[in-house]
Design a protein around this ligand. Structure first.
Ligand SMILES: Nc1ncnc2c1ncn2[C@@H]1O[C@H](COP(=O)(O)OP(=O)(O)OP(=O)(O)O)[C@@H](O)[C@H]1O
Ligand SMILES: [Mg+2]
Length: 227
């Protein structure tokens, strides 16, 4: 039986009296690869942030594992994020004061509250998969856009999260790194039932999608189910 892990009900988001999202209804089942498509400014990032408990809707409800999150404290929300979610942000948001490898293992450090050799080794393992281990001691400001995106991808994977929110995750990387990302996505999805929610313009993602959500001017135009 399918298990709904995230549900958004009548999500509306208003910024400065502008309606950014309007009555969005979406259900995400465990193991899905959901691709959100829509023109620039249609609300993709805003929707990811709300479903990922980074931002709250102005109106409407978000349920995680069928639990209503609207009355959760910031601490409870961050606990869910740290425990269950991984994020690849559109603008990476690496921490400038930390080195590359420290950025990558940071979520694991926060989660397990211990600092040891294994922590560093896990960080290095992912950096090596994405062919960027040679930059492990660099700082984010010393990286190219594509390198920063690969570091952000490594960071999202390190805790083996249940859900990965990926906002244009291949926007800055070359074909080979994108391929590595697709391989990881397929592997984690098959082996661990990892759920992916991806906002993208990259049509290659469509072939992996279980559900395609077409967003236009803050509204869902249609949802296409693939499998
Ligand atoms: N914090 C904010 N304050 C005011 N307006 C905002 C804020 N965040 C987003 N918006 C507006 O909401 C709209 C949707 O933004 P969003 O970033 O969700 O779009 P998007 O679909 O991700 O676009 P892109 O493809 O360019 O990344 C935009 O018009 C944007 O200007
Ligand atoms: Mg965006």
């Amino acid at each position: 039986m399918s298990e709904i892990i995230i549900r958004g009900e009548n999500i509306t988001k208003i910024y400065d009296e502008l309606i950014i999202l309007k009555d969005v209804n979406i259900e995400i089942e465990r193991g899905e690869i959901v691709v959100i498509l829509g023109p620039s400014g249609s609300g993709k990032t805003t929707l990811l942030n709300i479903l990922g408990l980074i931002d709250r809707p102005t109106e409407g409800k978000v349920y995680i594992d069928e639990k209503f999150t609207g009355n959760f404290s910031e601490k409870q929300l961050s606990e869910i994020r740290n425990k269950k979610f991984g994020f690849i942000f559109q603008f990476f948001y690496l921490i400038p004061e930390l080195t590359v490898v420290e950025n990558v293992f940071l979520p694991l450090w926060v989660k397990e509250k211990r600092y040891d050799k294994n922590l560093i080794a896990s960080g290095e393992k992912y950096l090596s998969k994405f062919d960027i281990l040679n930059k492990k001691n660099s700082y984010p400001s010393q990286l190219s856009g594509g390198e920063a995106q690969r570091v952000a991808i490594c960071r999202s994977l390190i805790c083996n999260p249940e859900v990965i929110f990926a906002d244009e995750p291949t926007g800055s990387i070359d074909k080979l790194s994108a391929l590595t990302f697709f391989e990881f996505m397929e592997k984690l999805n098959k082996e661990n039932e990892t759920t992916f929610i991806i906002a993208t313009h990259n049509e290659i993602f469509l072939q992996f999608a279980s559900k395609i959500v077409y967003l236009k001017e803050g509204k869902i135009e249609r949802i296409e189910k693939r499998r």
